[in-house]
Design a protein. Structure first.
Length: 279
């Protein structure tokens, strides 16, 4: 017998899949009132820049999903257990849920894939759970990135975020960013554990080889806000453009071509302004 949200579902032989027997996105809460909201404007803008500059060579746009501040449900044995990553990327899944609607949360047993990249922003209140390993079964710290005593939800002690991403979801790439110190850290899943990787110089930069894309710290202005931002780049360190930047660049190139053409016409003794405007 399988239990879903307190209701028994008859089981068969062979057993039915979790996708059939466990709660769906429509069944699970998309928000929990006791959870804090976004702490500042940076947590709103930075994920936008990450999503708007992301281009994947091996995946069409309709075959990947980037989520921000969504409940991520990860444990088939505890369907309500979830984390809420600042930003994450799942590849090989539809851009829209089941190809037709916006997601309110990301339910791994429904999606069939765990996130491929997770990024968390550090703060004094979250650093322990973002960087500490904690085993809820024993109540013991496993490895010392940072100490973590876990936290309680009802009678269960939930594992830390790092533990979930490493041991439950096996997310290949986990990154943290501390805006206070402009510190970027990169953890690569090697075997069963994360191993922290060194960053490329001269600027802090990470290369995700399987996705053929880099992530670095860019100093610039986004949405009229100057500062240091995480931004995707190519192998040579060239920053990838947002949709708005691409449109502006296309207009500038069109204007430059028009100006060069006008100069050539004048050199031939032809006034380019004498041509009737297209209407």
């Amino acid at each position: 017998m399988t239990y879903t949200m307190g209701h028994s579902i008859p089981q068969v032989d062979p057993p039915r899949s979790p996708r059939e027997t466990l709660p769906t996105m429509d069944d699970l809460p998309s928000e929990f009132p006791e959870e804090p909201g976004l702490p500042d404007q940076f947590h709103d803008l930075q994920p936008q820049l990450l999503s708007r500059t992301l281009t994947l060579a091996d995946y069409r746009r309709e075959n990947w999903f980037a989520g921000s501040d969504l409940n991520l449900y990860y444990d088939v044995h505890h369907p309500l257990w979830h984390k809420r990553p600042v930003w994450f990327l799942a590849v090989g899944v539809p851009h829209l849920y089941e190809g037709r609607e916006l997601r309110r949360s990301y339910v791994t047993w429904q999606e069939g894939r765990s996130p491929h990249v997770v990024i968390e922003f550090l703060s004094p209140g979250t650093e322990q759970t973002d960087l500490g390993r904690f085993d809820p079964a024993t109540g013991q710290e496993l490895l010392p990135f940072q100490p973590d005593n876990g936290r309680e939800q009802g009678e269960a002690v939930l594992p830390s975020k790092l533990t979930v991403y490493e041991r439950y979801l096996r997310v290949p790439h986990y990154l943290t960013y501390d805006r206070r110190t402009q510190s970027l850290r990169y953890f690569l899943l090697v075997g069963s554990e994360y191993q922290e990787q060194s960053l490329q110089a001269p600027a802090p930069r990470v290369w995700l080889a399987d996705l053929q894309i880099g992530l670095g710290l860019w100093e610039g202005t986004f949405e009229a806000v100057p500062g240091y931002w995480l931004r995707w780049c190519d192998r040579d360190g060239n920053w990838l453009l947002t949709d708005t930047e691409q449109e502006r660049l296309a207009k500038e190139r069109t204007q430059q071509r028009a100006e060069r053409l006008a100069e050539r016409l004048r050199a031939l003794g032809i006034d380019p302004d004498s041509f009737p405007e297209e209407g």
